[in-house]
Design a protein. Sequence first.
Length: 134
Amino acid sequence: MKKSIWMPVSISVVMLMAACGGGEEKKAEEKASTAETTAPAADNSMVADVTGKGKELMAAQDCATCHKETEKVIGPSFKEIAAKYPSNPENIATLADKIISGGSGNWGEIPMAPHAGISKSDAEEMVKYILTVK
Ligand code: HEC
């Protein structure tokens, strides 16, 4: 009697645990770049805000003179940049510094002009957006 009651319960507990564990691992991966929020719903809206903000910030700058979303102009397309760098905190920080200080050598000899007036956090928002372009 006891067994027939507990068997299905323990099976479904195991399945639940497996389902939760898998979900959390996946979430942790997705969150590696944003790292602050916990709830999946809040996470999604954060990402939407972040990309929107980065795009807006770039619209106020000269980026479009040299960069397009999918075509190479003077600089690499955002799609190429996103393909080269996974969106993680190190890449976001490095690329943000590069936007501010300028530089060359990763894509060719043509240098990117420095943008000394952009704050580090704004530059990071721009990179977060660029790295979502697929
Ligand atoms: C004068 C042209 C020019 C402008 C303006 C410009 N870029 Fe670039 N950008 C380049 C070139 C050229 C490269 C490739 C540099 C290299 O080979 O390392 C580049 C590279 C990049 C990279 C990749 C850096 C790397 O190390 O791989 C990012 C990210 C980037 N630009 C973002 C921006 C953003 C954001 C803006 C606007 C604030 C901007 N760029 C404005 C020309 C430009």
